[in-house]
Every structure is written in structure tokens, then in C-alpha cells.
Design a protein around this ligand. Sequence first.
Ligand SMILES: [Fe+2]
Length: 398
Amino acid sequence: MQGHFLDPNGRIRRTHAVTERRDGSAVDPDPANWERERGTSANGSSPVDGIERGWMNDLIRGSRVLIVDDEESNLVVLEAILEDAGYDNVLCCADETQTFDLYASFQPDVILLDLHMRQMDGITLLKGLRTISGSDYLPVLVITGDASQQTREGALLAGARDFLTKPFTNNELLLRIKNLLETRQLYLTVRKQNRLLESRIDERTRELEEAKIEIMERLARAAEFRDDETGKHTGRVGELCAQIGTALELSEAQIDLMRQAAPLHDVGKIGIPDRILQKPGRLSVDEFEVMKKHTAIGSKLLAGSSSRTLRLAQRIALTHHERWDGRGYAGIVGENIPLSGRIVAVADVYDALTHRRPYKEAWDRERSVAEVKAQAGGQFDPAVVEAFLDLPEVVDLR
Ligand SMILES: [Fe+2]
């Protein structure tokens, strides 16, 4: 028998060093005599006699058992019974104030707890254990000589899972521990399966999310394919919108939504004829009226979705040609234009200015920034322009 326990001063001691009880009486140094002395083994048989060893599978044998009892002789006896039964991971604690620290470091699968101790009573200890173990299933077997109804109910209320009243037989002790450990193992198995299930669900959710983003990117590219074969305008607008959103101190979630939804701002161009979309010069008044329909077409294409991203994309598709001064496609004024539409308006125009289009050459960044700045309060929301001018890539051009 090679166990350890903590004495009341917190020192780790060998169990065979115990020779004296709290009341000063001597402890028989021969473990074989302890059972007889306690009266827990009336026939003087081995602690595990009568118990089929078959149930003692590796799982239970490897379980961590913590025994808390300020009576050192009790620790010696209990540890002997457990070790003789095949438990090889038993820790004894004679100082109940160490229990919480030991719970954290040893992580027991079952705790055997004396209810009446000198420094901290068992009920208080049980309540503390329940608090620190949280939702973890922690079986505590209370061992007590006090079999009163009040004590039993108090301990059960405080979180005890089972009771053992002195005097008890070794077999009863081992069977109760075994039952508690089996429940503990069932709990651990279910918890492991739940975590596995959760991680699989997370993985599938992530795959679906990635697929959704990719489909939206490809839809945005399909929409702009006829007037920008490089397919990069939509992605750049999405990124620029995310940067402006960051400068405006939007939430992370809103910024991500903007990054995903903004590239779909011109999805309605799918419904605009090539002769207008790809016309190299300025559009006539009638042609421009047709071109303006791409906002309503885009909105119709994206309408009715339960996806937050697509609902935002619809709002953007419908409003990204509105002007702060109310002289945009639908004449919406100022803050009546959704913020997302006001942000995309700036990002879309800046990107169009800095890149070549069928009707114009690319402007340099300085001239483009100056144009955006000049439109603050006219075409654009001044607050959005201010955020745009704070971006690292344009701040030196303002
Ligand atoms: Fe547009």
C-alpha cells in the first residue's frame, strides 16, 4: 500500500506513517487488522472478497479517487480497501481546506467525503465543490456516522450523490463507488460525444458559410462580367466598404456583412442590355433611364431572402446610387438613405474613378480622392467621406 495524504499542515505524508489517531489512541501498523478494528469486515475476509473483479475494467481502475477525511486512520483504511480492490489512482487528503485546490490539480472522478471535520464542515465543502465543478458531473460519496434524516437531506441538497453510513462493509463501499464511477463515465462519454457533435456541426456550418460567400462572390462577378472582365471591381468595393465601416467604428459583424454584401451592389446589371452596358461614350437620356433600372432589378433579384447578408445586399443594390443631396436615382435624401448605401456610393465611385471604364480612362488616386472630397455633402454623406479620407491608403492624399 503506497498512498499519500496531506496532513493538517498541508504536508504530503505516506499513509504507513500514521500511528496515532486524533484522540491519541494508537493505530495498528498491520493493515490486515484495520478492518477487524473498524468492524467493517465482520468475517475478517479480504476487502474485495465477494466482489466479482470482472466489472473492474481499465476505465474504472484508472479513475481518480479523492478521499477527504481529517481522521488519518480513516484515510489509511479507505485507501487500503480501494488499493486492494485494484484502484491505483487514489489521493488522500487529511486537511479539508486543501480540497478545492486538490479538486483543481487532481481532477477526481469521485470524492469520498467525511461530513464532520474540524476546520470545514462537509456541507460547506459540498456546496463549494458544486460551485467550482460548475456543470461538470462530480460524484461525491458522503461517508458518515451520522445517519439522521436531517444530515442526509442536507448533504443531498448540497450536492452529495450517495451516502454510506458507518459501519459499512467493504463490499458496499466498493459497489457504491463503482456505481458512481459508472455514472461518471457515462457522463464523460456523453460529454465527449456532444463535443464531437458540436465540432462537426461547427465544421459543417463553416463549410456552408464559405460556400455561401463563394457563391455570392461568383454571382457578383457574373453580374459585372460584361463590363469588367477582370472581375475585380466588386471585390475591391467590398474591401473598401469594410475599411470605411471600420473607420466608422461599425461592429465586427456589420463590417463582415458589408464586405460580403457590397460586391453585389450592381447585380441588377444582369438585366441591362449590352448595347447600353458596353457603350463606349456617354449614354443618351433614354439609355440612362434604362441603366438606372439596375438598382430595382438588383433589388428584385435579392428580395425575399432570410439571409442577413442578402437582405443587406438588397438594400445596397437599391440605394447605392442615391445622393446625400437627394438628387440620386430615387431622390432619397440624407440619412433616409441606408448607411450601407451611403458607404457603397463612396466606395463604388472612388473605385470607378481610379480604374478604366468603357467611357473613361483611369484617374490617378490624388485626383480621385479630390473628387470624392469635393462631393461631401453633395453626392456623398460628409461623415462617410470623412471616414474614407482617414483610410491609410488615402490619408496622405487628402
Ligand atoms: Fe450601380
